[in-house]
Design a protein around this ligand. Structure first.
Ligand code: 5GP
Length: 205
């Protein structure tokens, strides 16, 4: 079976990555969403093992030491990381695995897995981002300001990503994202095994 594509989705906090991912998963069955580990506090409405595996700092550091994470980073005072086993299992099962992670983690993935696809989600302008973060009502003023400051820093790294997704109309974004991921799988440099096989078959006949 052909392996799935490892796809990283980053974007400013409040840009709507979570909603996009949910839409993609609801509409298509070829995707698997990785559930990260974090030390941040659970928000109202979140469930252990659904949005995140919520752990202590000690538990997180133990996972790093034991090599259980394929990437990890600190974001606004907390640790976040991607558990390794699930990602590999799902890729082997042919699923396109979505990692919704921030930029430091994305760059670690790009380094370790050069064939991974990196997508960056943004709002159409900064004001829309401010309005969404405030409207969400899940963070206090200080946290919102920290996240906006972080967004300004993250904007410096957008060129490291392969595609930019401007989240204006949700439906269009879901379709664009699906198209991008499926087309990315057809790129020659992501199909080296196939190319080598057919090359050999032609030479050997
Ligand atoms: P939030 O606290 O809003 O759920 O997430 C904060 C940031 O951490 C978001 O940009 C989110 O994409 C990122 N994030 C979530 N899980 C991971 C992870 O496993 N690794 C990394 N590097 N970032 C993550």
């Amino acid at each position: 079976m052909k392996k799935g594509l490892l796809t990283v989705v980053s974007g400013f906090s409040g840009a709507g990555k979570g909603t996009l991912m949910k839409g993609l998963l609801a509409r298509y069955d070829n995707y698997a969403l990785s559930v990260s580990m974090t030390t941040r506090a659970m928000r109202p409405g979140e469930t252990e093992g659904v949005e995140y595996f919520f752990v202590t700092k000690e538990e997180f550091e133990k996972s790093i030491e034991e090599g259980k994470l394929i990437e990890h980073a600190q974001y606004v005072g907390n640790y976040y990381g991607t558990p390794k086993d699930y990602v590999f299992e799902q890729l082997d099962a042919g699923k396109d695995v979505l990692l919704e992670i921030e930029i430091q983690g994305a760059l670690q993935i790009k380094e370790r897995f050069p064939q991974a696809l990196l997508l960056f989600v943004t709002t159409k302008d900064a004001q829309t981002l401010v309005n969404r973060l405030k409207g969400r009502g899940t963070e206090d003023e200080e946290t919102i300001n920290k996240r906006l400051k972080r967004a300004a820093e993250e904007s410096e790294g957008i060129e490291e990503y392969e595609y930019l997704i401007v989240n204006d109309d949700l439906d269009t974004c879901i379709e664009d994202m699906h198209d991008i991921i499926q087309k990315a799988k057809l790129k020659a440099d992501r199909n080296i095994e196939f190319i080598e096989k057919i090359r050999k078959e032609l030479k050997d006949r």
